[in-house]
Design a protein around this ligand. Structure first.
Ligand code: SF4
Ligand code: SF4
Ligand code: FES
Length: 355
């Protein structure tokens, strides 16, 4: 098949950038990485990019295709070539460009090292010659985080890192969760303190681009949500983000409704609320501020109260209570599945009328 690509060529020493177009003959099974290899072997040996395993394991070949991060060795070209589209290939975002598609990974590794990606001592040592046995249920909490191959695709697309380069970022935080959730680790609360620092979990804007672009299904945003829930469970809730989350949980539990009018005093305190009084009044004048009293209570408020009780009864506090995205997404994609668990079945909340 004929495959055409446009590649942003760049050289950090000269500062020059140029969009170059290539068209090559490639086998039907070719990936983006195979096409780059053909260009380098037969057309232009000066093209620079990284690769190693060619099988989605080493994490070397992260780059952007049409502005979104991909692993070149995971991206098949047949359907793109057939459609006649000519994709634009560029280096990953949020990292300095060294040459063409090669970025400087040092800022990435610095954040990786900052979360101490290794077990800390302090756990109970198993008897001699015995392994440390951990339940499957417990390991499920960090299963996805353990799949990370350090490719940087999530970091490339993180808009919080774009505006705040000091933000620890999705990959380092997913790695932190991998150790926070590991029952063998002896430094859970120290780790939680660290990720609650100035450029930690609460700087995430929840755009979910990291979940969307991760080629290994790590879902770093879910890991950040787990770190937030575990921090609050352990009483590490000094950040405004934590107070915000706590108030939303409280208001949903008590009224089934997000009482946003009370959000500012509950998260920023009375003094800050007074400073923002003029802004609040301007919002109130155009009907954007519902009266806080009496609080609006949702018709089926018992559902949200029961849900809250269930989490406690099932001991699903902290990271264990974070709903895993794939289950919810599968339900959205497939609708009701015959024989699936009845959400209103035994042990759950009462079925509302008409449901
Ligand atoms: S969800 Fe948070 S960590 Fe993930 S890309 Fe968006 S801002 Fe970055
Ligand atoms: S979380 Fe996913 S996208 Fe980010 S570095 Fe790990 S494997 Fe790559
Ligand atoms: S070459 Fe190893 S992940 Fe692509």
């Amino acid at each position: 098949m004929q495959v055409a690509l446009k590649i942003w060529r760049a050289n950090s020493s000269t500062g020059g950038r140029e969009l170059c177009e290539y068209e090559v003959d490639a086998p039907e099974w070719a990936t983006l990485l195979d096409v780059l290899d053909i260009i380098k072997d037969r057309h232009d040996g000066t093209l620079a990019y990284r690769k190693s395993c060619r099988m989605m394991i080493c994490g070397s070949c992260g780059m952007r295709m049409d502005g979104a991060a991909v692993l070149a060795c995971k991206t098949r070209m047949a359907s793109i070539a057939e459609s006649g589209h000519v994709p634009v290939i560029s280096p990953m975002g949020n990292l300095p460009i060294v040459k063409d598609l090669v970025v400087d990974m040092e800022p990435f590794w610095a954040k990786f090292r900052a979360v101490k990606p290794y077990l800390q001592p302090g756990y109970t040592v198993p008897p001699a010659n015995r392994e440390h046995r951990i339940s499957q249920k417990r390991m499920n909490a960090i299963h996805k985080e353990s799949l990370c191959i350090n490719c940087g695709c999530c970091v490339s697309e993180c808009n919080a890192m774009e505006s705040s380069p000091e933000f620890l970022g999705p990959q380092a935080l997913a790695k932190a969760m991998r150790f926070v959730g590991d029952p063998r680790d002896g430094a859970k609360n120290e780790r939680l303190e660290d990720v609650n620092g100035q450029h930690g979990i609460w700087e995430c804007t929840r755009c979910y681009f990291c979940n969307e672009r991760c080629p290994k299904g790590v879902d770093p945003r879910d890991a950040i949500a787990k770190l937030g829930a575990e921090s609050i469970k352990e009483g590490i809730d000094r950040d405004m983000g934590a107070k915000h989350a706590k108030w939303f949980v409280h208001s949903a539990k008590t009224t089934g409704w997000l009482r946003e009018t009370e959000l500012v005093p509950k998260t920023q305190g009375i003094v800050e609320s007074i400073k923002q009084a003029r802004f609040a009044l301007s919002l109130a004048r155009v009907g954007k501020v519902p009266p806080p009293f009496p609080p609006h209570v949702a018709k089926d408020v018992r559902e949200s109260r029961r849900l809250h009780e269930l989490l406690h009864e099932q001991e699903l506090g902290g990271f264990a209570g974070v709903v895993q995205g794939e289950a919810a997404l599968a339900k959205l994609a497939n609708g009701h599945v015959e024989g699936a668990r009845d959400p209103y079945g035994p042990g759950s909340f009462p079925k509302p009328e008409g449901a």
